[in-house]
Design a protein around this ligand. Structure first.
Ligand SMILES: [Zn+2]
Length: 340
């Protein structure tokens, strides 16, 4: 074990000792509930420190400790299917949590699912089919990789010298914000050309392939759902185009993996990104549920087509931050300040 891992484990135990009494008191007050947690990527601690977009990744050692903590604290880790069954049963008196990963990158296959297997716990993958089909340029991922592995990059007319993780983080934040929008793919293509990056090779360095998904689909601990074809903001599309994104991603996963795809998650997932019309479209596309990223908890009687989910990112490396989600406090706070 590295020193960093030992330090992380020690910090986890210290925080756990502080947080557990609070969590136990909250459980007596709050009673039965479900909490859906979602994230995108994960990295081992040493790599995480260097990443230009590190808040997009969970620290794998933290996740490992958090899974042990949840089980020790009496939470059941369940699939979305099981969470829906429990939310539909008014007599259900337990506490349950689901983990889902959106988009699905290679580290889901290489790091995250193996970790859940070691704990014998299930995980849900919401796949954007444009990633294994290589029709969706992964511009933010390629930009991050380019900044991480060079000391000097060309961005437009600017030459950037990058030597420290801080410089790389600042460069990533600034460039990603400037590229974000309809021209992002064009900016990324120019960046690849200027810096000698092979866009195809970069895609497969980070993408989940159909071969990987095929293996994961046969794992009883892995539940696979859809997350559109092109990662579109569904509320911004016409009803026809929106239905197409939902139905085509379901059909494509079914065709490639030979399994029925029951669950869907909206890209971005906040109130402005998916609304009442879109929840109906998810039903029309043949799904049994649709998840948002509006914070909150599942209670008996929850509508399956507007499931609340709590996003956890790299900045949230404390059990206290996790307990904010598990107790529903983060959802209450978000509603109070109007961030829904
Ligand atoms: Zn997504």
């Amino acid at each position: 074990m590295t020193l960093a891992v030992l330090a992380a484990a020690k910090a986890m135990m210290t925080t756990g000792a502080l947080v557990l009494p609070f969590a136990r008191a909250a459980d007596r007050l709050l009673g039965p509930r479900g909490c859906l947690l979602t994230f995108h990527r994960a990295a081992v601690s040493a790599a995480w420190e260097q990443l230009p977009n590190r808040d997009f990744y969970l620290d794998l050692d933290f996740l490992d400790g958090f899974l042990s903590y949840l089980v020790a604290a009496g939470w059941d880790v369940v699939t979305i299917g099981e969470a829906l069954d429990r939310a539909a049963r008014r007599d259900h008196d337990g506490r349950y949590v689901n983990f889902s990963i959106d988009d699905c990158y290679r580290d889901t296959f290489e790091l995250v699912v193996p970790l859940f297997r070691r704990h014998n716990l299930p995980i849900t993958l919401y796949v954007t089919t444009g990633i294994p089909d290589a029709t969706l340029p992964l511009w933010s991922v390629g930009l991050e990789d380019g900044l991480l592995h060079s000391e000097r990059v060309q961005v437009g007319n600017e030459t950037l010298a990058l030597t420290t993780p801080e410089q790389r983080r600042a460069a990533y934040a600034r460039i990603a914000a400037a590229w974000d929008g309809p021209e992002a793919d064009k900016h990324y293509a120019a960046f690849c050309a200027a810096n000698g990056i092979d866009g195809d090779a970069m895609h497969w360095k980070h993408a989940m392939s159909w071969e990987m998904l095929d293996e994961l689909a046969r794992d009883p601990l892995v539940e696979i759902g859809a997350h559109t074809v092109s990662h579109a903001r569904i509320s911004a599309l016409s009803p026809e185009a929106a239905l197409d994104e939902l139905a085509q991603s379901r059909r494509r996963l079914n065709e490639r993996l030979g399994i029925d795809i029951k669950h869907f998650a909206f890209p971005y997932g906040r109130a402005a990104d998916c609304g009442a019309r879109d929840f109906l479209l998810a039903r029309q596309a043949g799904f049994s549920s649709a998840a948002t990223t509006r914070k909150g908890l599942l209670r008996p009687g929850q509508d399956p087509f507007s499931l609340p989910r709590n996003t956890i990112n790299g900045a949230h490396r404390s059990l206290a931050a996790m307990e904010m989600h598990l107790t529903g406090l983060s959802g209450t706070a978000a509603r109070v300040v109007g961030r829904v």
